[in-house]
Design a protein around this ligand. Structure first.
Ligand SMILES: *Cc1c(COP(=O)(O)O)cnc(C)c1O
Length: 391
């Protein structure tokens, strides 16, 4: 189906932060499959984990016990607020499970009237019906029938509306990305996240975090909400969890998941042995102190350098924002044009984003030398943009 607006680039091979097209051109890949290949392309540890598992067992269905699921779930729970995990194959399925878990919780509590889910403008929760209704971005919902009952959208930052949502007796949950990815690298202020936790506890509402993009070390802590020193009740994770292998996971406290009893949910492929083998290898790396330290070091350098470019190219760059290596550069020229210039003139791949942003989402193990190269290439693209703006 013609649903993608693809770059004219036939990719063939990758190694670390580098990507080669079929015609042999080398690119510096600061897209990373949109924050997914957190350890770069063809990471030897992940390749080895996949190869070993491929010769042992691919798939069995969840009617059997899959040891890799226990191992990865234990690792995730040991490093988070969560006590239980459901494995899916993608981010939007993890979100779907989170939404169902929240409603089922209130149902199990004898409050089936609590069905309302509040999301925020500029958010992205994937493309299932639940996902598009939770994010309520008109360009993703239009033409797909009536809005689903019980889904509401708040204006990002509208605290009064959020207060009313918490106080409503039919509210089930609020869902948000602590740091918005697609919507434009907007971070919810840490004090607001703490306030939300207090309000949720006071009114029996659940908090769902969608950390599909901002989680897994991307912001410099394993989970983006750690910066605020609070925790959600339910959290969707995917993208970097498999280092490029399709995985999603819905994490929850045992309390929040109490409605998710036998038969309430399921998946054929979710948590299959191949995904669990790669997921364990990826999680061990990404959750390591060395990687998280690297994210903070390189992010500090990149932010400083990009701010320098913003001063030098005020006709091209409006501002630099984001958290850790979820970095956004708001542009004056059209961001899609700029992505093409970066690709063709500088051999630099960057992702687009809402609010006319380009996002730099390099692998979390990017070296300082590679970051330097990214900045040089970004400057080349800015120079070229200037010539285009002049004509
Ligand atoms: C990418 C993304 C999703 C959807 O993930 P898929 O794997 O494409 O289904 C959901 N939420 C956020 C925040 C994302 O960035």
């Amino acid at each position: 189906m013609g649903v993608y607006n693809r770059a004219p680039l036939e990719v063939e091979r990758g190694q670390g932060i580098r990507l080669w097209s079929r015609d042999g051109t080398e690119y510096l890949d600061c897209v990373s499959g949109i924050s997914t290949n957190a350890l770069g392309h063809a990471n030897p540890k992940l390749v080895e984990a996949l190869k070993v598992q491929a010769e042992k067992l691919w798939h069995v269905s969840n009617i059997f016990k899959i040891p890799g699921q226990d191992a990865l779930a234990d690792a995730l729970c040991a490093r988070s607020f969560a006590e239980v995990v459901f494995f899916a194959n993608s981010g939007t399925e993890a979100v779907e499970c989170a939404l169902k878990t929240a409603r089922k919780y209130h149902h199990a509590n004898g409050q089936p009237e609590r069905i309302d889910i509040f999301g925020f403008d500029g958010s992205f929760h994937g493309r299932t019906y639940g996902g598009i209704n939770a994010a309520a971005n008109p360009s993703y919902t239009e033409g797909f029938g009536p809005p689903m009952q019980g889904f509401h959208q708040l204006k990002w930052g509208d605290k009064d509306a959020l207060r009313a949502a918490f106080e409503s007796p039919t509210t089930a949950a609020v869902i948000l990305e602590p740091v918005q990815g697609e919507g434009g690298c907007r971070a919810t202020p840490e004090e607001d996240l703490r306030w939300m936790r207090e309000m949720a506890d006071a009114h029996g509402v659940l908090i769902i975090f969608d950390e599909v993009q901002c989680g897994m070390g991307r912001t410099g802590k394993l989970w983006a909400h750690e910066w605020a020193g609070m925790t959600p009740d339910i959290m969707a994770v995917a993208k970097a969890l498999g280092g490029g292998f399709p995985i999603g996971a819905c994490l929850a406290t045992a309390e929040a998941a109490k409605g998710m009893t036998t038969g309430a949910h399921g998946s054929t492929f979710g948590g299959n042995p191949l995904a669990m083998a790669v997921g364990q290898a990826a999680f061990a790396e990404v959750s390591s102190e060395a990687i998280l330290q690297n994210v903070n070091d390189v992010a500090g350098y990149l932010k400083q350098q990009l701010n320098g470019l913003a001063e030098q190219y005020p006709d091209v760059i409006v501002e630099v924002r984001g958290k850790g290596l979820l970095m956004g550069v708001k542009l004056k020229p059209n961001n899609r044009d700029f992505m093409g210039w970066a690709r063709d003139e500088a051999r630099l791949l960057v992702a687009g984003g809402g609010d006319n942003l380009v996002r730099l989402l390099p692998p979390l193990n990017i070296t300082l030398d590679e970051a330097r190269e990214a900045v040089e290439k970004f400057e080349t693209a800015c120079k070229f943009a200037r010539t285009q703006l002049a004509t």
